[in-house]
Each structure stands twice: as C-alpha cells, then as structure tokens.
Design a protein. Sequence first.
Lengths: 231, 538
Amino acid sequence: MEKKQILIVDDDPAILRLLSTNLKARGYEVITATDGEESLEAVQRDFVDLIILDLMMPRVDGVEVCRRIREWSSVPIIILSARGDEKDKVKCLELGADDYLTKPFGIAELIARIKTAFRHRGDPAVAPAQSNFNFDGLEINFAKRRVTVDGHEVTLTPTEYSLLQHLAVNSDKVLTHSMLLQSVWGNEYSSEKEYLRVFVGRLRRKLEPDPKSPKYIQTIPGVGYHLSTVR
Amino acid sequence: MASESILVVDDDRDFLEIVSLILAKKGYEAKTCSSAQEAMTRFKERFYHATILDISLPDANGTELLTRILEIHPDIIAIMLTGHSSVQNAIESLNRGAFAYLEKPLDPDNLMSVIDRGLEKQRLVLENRQLMDELERHNRIANTLLSVSQAVSQSLDLQQIVDAALERVAQSTGLEVGFIYLNDNDRLVLRGHRGLSRKLAQSMLKETAKDSGTIGRIFTQARPAVIEKLSRYTEPDLGFLCAGGYQSFAGVPLTTVPSENIGVMGVATSFTHCFSQGNVDLLTRIGREIAIAVRNAQLYEAASSAKSLKELDAMRTEFLANVSHELRTPLAVIKGSANSLLQPDVIFDEQTRRDFLVSIDKDADTLTRLVDDLLMMSRLEADALEIKKFPHNIEMVIGSLRDRLESLTIKHHLRLEIPDDIPQVKMDEGRISEVLTNLVDNAVKFSEDNTDITIKVESNDAELIVSVSDQGFGIPADVHQKIFERFFQGDGRKNGRRKGTGLGLAICRGIVETHGGRIWVESEPGKGAKFSFSLPLH
C-alpha cells in the first residue's frame, strides 16, 4: 500500500524536526511548511492525506488556513496549539478541523489521533452491509461514500461522513454520546462531548433545510442523538 | 387702608378749601397748592396718585404744567379743570395724557366719580405693570438657569464644568466674585474661583473641614447663608473676601435633586445688602444645576476608571495567555523529544537519539531564558529592578563584550564606530551590556549573512547615544512603537530561526528608561534598521 503523506505546519523548527522524525519512523511520508501561506501552497501542489497545523503562525494563521482549505478540500486536519482554551478548540472544530491537540502532547497520543483521522477516510472493509440509506430527501450511497439531499450532492469531511454513516446504519436507535464518540472517534475520545456537539452542528448545517429545527438528526437532551425515520 | 393722595392746584383759595374738604370726607389724602411753581416743588418731593389741575394758572399754562408733571410721574391721574371758554385747551390736555376734564362750576358727585374711575384705572395699570415685572423676573431667572445648565452640561470634565458654571453665574448675575468647594473624602476642596486677584485667590483655603467656618456650615446644614456686611467678625474661611474689600456674601449648597449635598458655591460683591430672598433662591437653583452636572462628571470619572481597570485586567489576561503560549512551545519540544525516546514501537538510531537529547537540552535553555526574561520583565514593571550606576567608559564596556558580540555575529561583519573623546557616563555596566547584546542579536536574526552590523557611539552636551544598525529586512513604520511592547513578534525572521521570547526589546526599553534614557528605532522596509538608545550624561 502506498505511503500516506502528512503535511506538518509549524513555525518552530524544533517542533517540525520532532514531528517529522517520529512520523517518518512510523512509515509516513512527511512534508513541512513554516507558515500559513507556504502550507496552502503545499496543499495545492502535493497530494496530502492529512495536515498537522499549528495555530499561531506569522502571516496567515492556523485558523485562517483551516478555513481556506475547507473551502475546497476535505483533507483531515489536526490542530496543534499552545493555547489550551476551550473556546479556541470549539472554534477550530467548527471551522472544519477534525481534531485538536494542546502542546505539550505525547507522541503516542498524536499517532492515535492520526490513525483515527485516517479511519474516517473510509476503509471499504468497514462499509456497512446495506448499500444505501434513503429517507425524506436524504440519500447515502455507502459504497461510493456519496451523500445527496433532494438530489444535490453534499461534500462532507471524512469525520462528518463517519458520524453520518454511523447514525444512518443505526437509524431509529438512540445513540448515547459516549457510544458515538467511541465508535466514530475511538475509546480515548469517550468524554469529548464538545467534538460531538460541533460535528453534529456541522452536519446539520450541511444537510438540514433548517438547522435550528432539524428533521434528520434529532437531539435527545442529556442522552445523545438519533437519526429517526419514524414520524 | 392707606388712602390715595391727591394734589389740587388752583389759584382760587376758596375752591381749594372746598375741594379738599370733599376729598378728605371721602377718605383721600388731599393736598393743595395755588401756583404751578409750588406744584412742581411738591411733585418733585413725592408721588401723588392723582392731581386736579386748573387749566389757567397765574404763573403757567395748565397744559404745559401737565406735561411736566407727567414727565415726573407718568402714572398719575390728572383731571383738568376748565372754564367754559377753554374747552379747546382741555381737549389738548387730554391728548397730552390727562385722564379727564371737568368744567367749573364743579359737581362734587361728578368729581368723585371721575376720581374713582381714574384711580381704578391706575390700580389696574400698576397691577399689570407689576405682573409684567414679575414675568420678566421669572424669565430672567429661567434664562439664567438655562444658560448655567447648558454651560455645565456640555462637558463631563469636572474642572471644565466648575469653570463654566462660575463664568455663567458671573455673566448672568453680575456678581464680581464666585467660588466652588466640592466634597472630597470628608473635606471640602476648593475646585474653582473667578473674579479674584491672584494674591487673594492664593489666600483662599485650599480645603476646609465640613464642620467649621461659614462654608462648612452651609454644607452641613444644606442651607443658604447670606452675610450682608462682611466685617472683621467674619469667619476665617471668608477672610479673603474682607481682605479684598468685598462687602456682602451669599453661599448656597450644591445639592442634587435627591438631596445629596456635593459642595458649596459662594458669591460676593463690593456692595452691602445685595442679596434679596429672590437672589438667594436663584443662586440655590443655579447650585442645583451645577450639582447635577458635577455629579454626572464624577460618576463618569468613576465609570472610566472602572473601564481602565477592566482594560488592565484584559491586558493581564492577555499577558498570561502569552506567557502560557511561550512556555508551552519549548515544553512541547522537551516532552515530545523525551516521549519519542520512550515509545516502545520505534527504536531510533544513535544519531536520532542524540538529536532528541540535543533538542531537550536546547529547549531547556530556552525555557530558562524565558523564565529569566519574565522575571526581569515583572521586576521592571514593578519598578523593582535594581541598577547600580557607576561612571564607565562605553568603549571599555563594548570592549569587554567584544568576544560575546563577535561570536554572535560570526556570519556577519561587525563594525565599531567609537570616537576618541566620548565622555564617561553613569550606568549599570551589566544591564547596558544586556541591552547591547540583545540589539546585536536582533540585528543578526533579521538580516542576511555577510552583511554589516555597525555599533556606533555619539555624544552631545546632554546624552550619549549608542546605536546598532543592520542591513536587514527593515521594519515597517506602523510597528516602530509596538516593537518595544512585550510579546510583540516581528515577521521576517530568517528561515529556520527560532522565535525569541518576544520580551527582548521590552526589557531593553525598561533598562534604558530606568537609566533615564530613551530607546527608539529608525527603519524602512528593505533598508535595514537602526536601533538607538541614549543615556543622560548628567
């Protein structure tokens, strides 16, 4: 299998060196960029499977890079930040980042998150037995990973797609927060309710005609979510 | 009831006697005289409500006499007496302002009815005039209040309000002297005065206790006070008015509507007995307008200082966020490197293991430097940096730094321009060396290899100026000030260079300013930068 290519963006050379040594040692191809502009060029020029992005950078900062990449690409983005603020975290996730790690972090933790991100990209082996899902204008073709609403194609990031697929396959079942977090993200995420809230919000903005009164993904307050096909 | 007074002027003495009897009987105060000359003397002495004038007097034409009387007493009721032959004259006198004319021989009833009607008319005229006067007075008061209130409400600056109020009070009341004391922490503090010579103003009490003197009493009792004749018995807080020859004084409390007392306004003139109840009422109401404006200004002041506290708090939060960010970056390298070595899934080769250890070592140094810088910064901000100043020759100071500077600029050309006749200057050698090293280090960071870095020393009568210039990327003008603020990070550092702590120039500025000097930068993008600092010679 071809090696996956990871772009690391950080203005600190020591961090770049540290990360690339570790990722290369685990079989990934690595390219690096030291500021936001360079990183945007790299994403356009090279085929990149995942981006590890520092928030505080000269010229174009991480938040802006994230926003611009999401305009045309659904490549997984993991944010690295020296700010541990919950607000920053939610902001980045809402802008389309897939994950958020606060400096300093452990290498094993970073590797686990990279693996989680790749899992969302879809391994045909984990595609569900049924071939498609169809309800009230929402259509999911599991084989092609294609989502349409009233016939219009909707572009989802891998993480968004994973979450939607999980809800659809288990439609009409109530899925608790921790069940969803564990099966879509992984065991170590089971208490990251913020992730779930942000990603459900992102899905609703893309799928629902009126995100404020959703018809597909229903909130069960204090418990979790379900995709209900019963009126 | 005070009876109306009537002067009867006729040369017929019998007639005068009879008429005065009739008038007296009806309750009027009747006076008589028999010539125009005598009549004028009487009219000049006092006011008569009415007069009965014979139109043909021996020494004057009655019509002309009427004219002269009306000049003195425009409101007098004049009744002309005519013979049957002089009706034409009578009509002339009506035109000139007589109330009526009666033909001789007089019918007493007719006379009385004309007099009654005349005096009734006069009463109405006088009453109307009084009403008009009253109205005008009210208008004047309203205008004065409006003018004061407009003047004081145009500003939220306490001093401006006090000055504008005193100016308006002087303009609209004509009072020569005005002053205002405001309550401040249980003392009454002089906040403004107007119309006093400098010498007198200097002799005023700058502040006075609430429980003493005339001013204190006006404040405590919240009641106006008037001194109609200032004298040596006047209390000391108004002594300056006596010294200035002022005669009367009025003081009113400055009270907001919900009766909160915030101070006292005093006024004085060089006339005695100048303040009627009406004046004092007006001053009290002016005081209320001033009080409201002053209160607003005080509230605004309190609110703005709360705002600046908030800003300070926001700055502190930002500072902590910055510190946390700066600490986390080297910590991430240290933890990441150590953690890499501990991972069971990968065994790194010897060289890579060594690289990790080097990273740990270097970033531990970075952390140490950062902590040192932070401590230095907090000492500078608390004004707690100890500097030991001794006279030094700057050439010697740079000389002993030479090795250090050479090693920093190993890829650049370091040039020194130091004239021979540079005077000694008092400085903390260690701290100034730090500043120089920092400036040279910055020059290296922000300019290409093989370019010049020049240290130049100059002096004038007042100060020694040391500058470090490079041929680097330069600094845009809009950050020439900001660059000296803590945590400001300039762009344009050479590729692969680590960021500094963002505290270097802030510390340089702190050290230089602690020495009484200045630090500044001259630069244009692309044309290099020149950082200079000065040290006072004396």
